[in-house]
Design a protein around this ligand. Structure first.
Ligand code: BGC
Length: 738
């Protein structure tokens, strides 16, 4: 080899080393370290690694927690946060325990740590996964500096039932959109190397089908075909695995009679054998012990055996593994190999995280890492890009900045808590910009901004109506903020009604009756049944729960500094009785027909949704036309290129989310009437026209057939492109062979 070649080789090696993530750089090294450590561990120390306990966020640590860390009988905590506190506990593990295995500090950093971003379902309404990647990256940076190394996120449950409060935590009802957001969030949290000082380990949860809880009642059971699991509920998890997610969380629910935290099919066959996942699985909070309530274990001992043997490696909060592990081993209900494998998976991740080399957090960096100006401006940008304009009939929006007077009304107009949503991380109300503050900051001295709360979020009092009505009457425009409080969305917050709670609708009616131009802004965590408002109020903005900066973002949209372009990631029903209602339904043998009674519909409400999946308006208008396919027929090994023109036909710049759906009209299984298979958010200047392109491959056309094989069946396919799942233009092609 010449010297030049040698030099080139050396340079190539250095470049390669720089771009290959650390955890894939030294796989053998990690395995050797894991095995060497494992060889030294006692059974108690091994079981200790499998234990995660809920720690204290403030105050003194329970003596027990310190003691367990000292004895090497604790693997991880949740909720202990802050650099100083995590260091304090870590120091005990690192200096006083026999083997000096670092603790792993986890926390629910779902949509931000201190800088809170929109609730995930809202962020998904941006249809811009890159934004989710960026918000997750900020969350990771803040969380890491606060001593955390692990977030229990992303939550990637598909949810078709808005009664379920946790619909707020995911990306909505669609597996394709859900998969895109799942991957983006994993990338944002973990980066290419989660041992980096501004990254955290991610956790895909809740594995699996938790979102299908019957009746929308949290923690309830599920009963689903394997096809539904594989086609609807699995894809975002698979996307998370492909993006390199380090951990999974097993869910609370049972699936077809087998609880998810004792389910060898999902935990081992699919996750380990099919998907080759080599990270670890943590149970959900006490879900191992809850196997007793499910009725698949008579006691904690049996629960421990069922969960560990099925593939749950770490137990959150309940202590069945630790208490009963030794006895189960003696009785051969558990094998050493099973315990060792669980420990190996956990240690592997701890090594990949670099925890052994960097167990502590620099306490000086924490304060300056939180609420950085660039984090706040990103939060504002994302919140605005997540909002969905549902109606703007008379062009009332955007508002002029020099209106003489604006009435800001409603229980959510100046509420600091609701915009933070459920799982607000370490978010603080004192940092929230409310809509009232955002509007005041926007108009400055140009307009007089009056405020009246009008009604409460919960009680039935109308005592505040008169003041609100009077304010509306004396103002040029009324903007009414109604919706949900944070405590009725999220976990353990299922609702049987999707109406606005309390007297909020009556408040809107009273303001509308004044005849003043009225805008309704929704602050909420799930689709709501707002038919009266849609029929009577000219302008409606869905702002979700937009996070720390939501008030500024709402003002940016209301006054036109940002042109809204969000699209619903979930269908809005007309009535709660329509639920579950989703766009990718099966046609049935009797699809709904207005004139034919004996078809699939309701007698008391139209069968169509209030707003379809993918819906959202803009201050400009777009035309989608000239749909063309690259070929009239293709083979499964070939690609189909779909091209379409999108034109901004209005007078201001804006974004359109162009959506591509397919339908396989005749197959060996019934197929959905539409399935999202592509989307692009494009920015166009006024009058600009652009040709955009999508690619369809075999994977997009395939489904799980009767033999549970993933196949693309020959025959006709329809391709539909448009601005939402209802308003579409269509073309056809043929798939000639598999
Ligand atoms: C939730 C999880 C969460 C865990 C820890 C559980 O109740 O279901 O999503 O990660 O608590 O806070």
């Amino acid at each position: 080899m010449t010297r030049i070649n040698l030099l080139l080789l050396t340079v190539a090696c250095i470049v390669l080393a720089a771009i290959v993530p650390v955890h894939s750089q030294r796989p053998r090294n990690v395995e050797q370290q894991v095995n060497a450590l494992l060889a030294k561990m006692t059974l108690a120390e091994k079981l200790g690694q499998l234990q995660q306990l809920d720690g204290e966020a403030t105050g003194n640590f329970r003596p027990e927690l310190l003691e367990l860390a000292r004895k090497g009988l604790l693997g991880s905590t949740l909720n202990v946060r802050g650099a100083q506190r995590t260091n304090q506990l870590q120091r005990v593990a690192m200096t006083e325990s026999r083997l000096k295995i670092p603790l792993l500090f986890g926390f629910d950093v779902i949509h931000g740590y201190r800088t809170i971003f929109p609730i995930p379902v809202g962020e998904a309404a941006s249809w811009d996964p890159m934004l989710a990647e960026r918000s997750a990256a900020v969350a990771a940076q803040e969380a890491n500096n606060a001593g955390l190394r692990w977030t229990f996120a992303p939550m990637v449950d598909i949810a078709r039932d808005p009664r379920w409060g946790r619909i707020t935590e995911g990306a909505g009802e669609d597996p394709f959109l859900g998969a895109a957001f799942a991957a983006a969030r994993v990338r944002g949290f973990q980066g290419s190397d989660y041992s980096a000082a501004d990254k955290v380990l991610a956790c895909a949860k809740h594995w699996v089908a938790y979102g299908a809880a019957e009746g929308g009642r949290d923690y309830n059971t599920t009963d689903l075909s394997e096809n539904s699991l594989r086609e609807i509920y699995f894809p975002p998890f698979k996307a998370a695995v492909d993006a390199g997610v380090g951990t999974f969380m097993s869910s609370f629910n049972a699936i077809n009679g087998v609880p998810a935290s004792a389910n060898a099919f999902t935990l081992t066959k699919v996750l380990r054998e099919e998907w080759k996942f080599d990270g670890f699985v943590v149970s959900d909070y006490t879900s191992v012990r809850e196997l007793i309530n499910h009725g698949v274990a008579a006691n904690e001992e049996q629960a421990a055996a069922a969960a560990l043997n099925a593939g749950v490696d770490m137990e959150m909060v309940s202590r069945s593994y630790n208490q009963f592990g030794p006895r189960l081993l003696e009785q051969r209900q558990l094998s050493v190999a099973t315990i060792d494998e669980a420990v190996r998976r956990i240690l592997r991740i701890k090594f990949r995280l670099g925890l052994f080399d960097r167990p502590y957090t620099d306490e000086a960096r924490e304060p300056q890492s939180l609420l950085r100006p660039d984090s706040l401006s990103l939060a504002r940008q994302i919140a605005a890009r997540s909002m969905v304009l549902l109606k703007n009939d008379r062009g009332l929006l955007p508002l002029h900045k020099n209106l003489k007077s604006i009435a800001v009304i409603g229980p959510l107009a100046d509420d600091r808590r609701a915009p933070l949503g459920w799982w607000a991380g370490d978010g603080r109300e004192e940092n929230t910009i409310t809509p009232l503050a955002g509007i005041k900051a926007k108009v400055g001295a140009n307009s007089k901004v009056g405020y009246a709360k009008g009604a409460d979020l919960k009680d039935d009092s109308t005592a505040g109506f008169a003041e609100a009505v009077a304010l509306a009457k004396e103002s040029d425009v009324a903007v009414v903020f109604v919706g949900e409080s944070a405590d009725i969305v999220g976990e353990a917050a299922s609702r049987s009604s999707l109406d606005l709670p309390g007297r909020q609708l009556d408040l809107v009616k009273a303001i509308q009756a004044t005849g003043k131009p009225t805008v309704v802004v929704l602050v909420n965590g799930r689709p709501l049944t707002i038919g009266w408002i849609v029929d009577n109020v000219p302008s409606i903005l869905e702002s979700w729960m937009g996070g720390t900066q939501s008030g500024h973002a709402i003002a940016d949209i209301l006054f036109g500094d940002v042109n809204p372009a969000g699209k619903l990631p979930v269908t809005f029903p007309r009535a709660v009785g329509q639920v579950p209602i989703y766009y990718n339904y099966m046609n049935t043998g009797r699809p709904p027909e207005a004139e034919n009674r004996y078809t699939s519909k309701y007698v008391d409400v139209p069968w169509t949704p209030l707003f379809p999946f993918g819906f959202g308006l803009s201050y400009t208008t777009f035309k989608i036309s000239n749909l063309q396919l690259s070929a009239p027929r293709i083979r499964a090994s070939e690609k189909l290129i779909v091209r379409v023109d999108v034109e901004n036909a209005g007078k201001r710049a804006g974004d359109e989310v162009v959506q591509l759906y397919i339908r396989d009209p005749v197959a060996t299984m019934t197929r959905p009437v539409k399935e999202l298979k592509g989307f692009q958010r494009v920015t166009l200047a006024a009058g600009e026209k652009r040709r955009i392109e999508f690619t369809l491959t075999r994977e997009h056309l395939s489904f799980w057939n009767r033999e549970m094989r993933f196949v693309a069946e020959p025959g006709e396919f329809r391709v539909m492109v448009g601005s939402n799942s209802r308003d579409l233009t269509e073309a056809k092609f043929e798939l000639t062979e598999r």
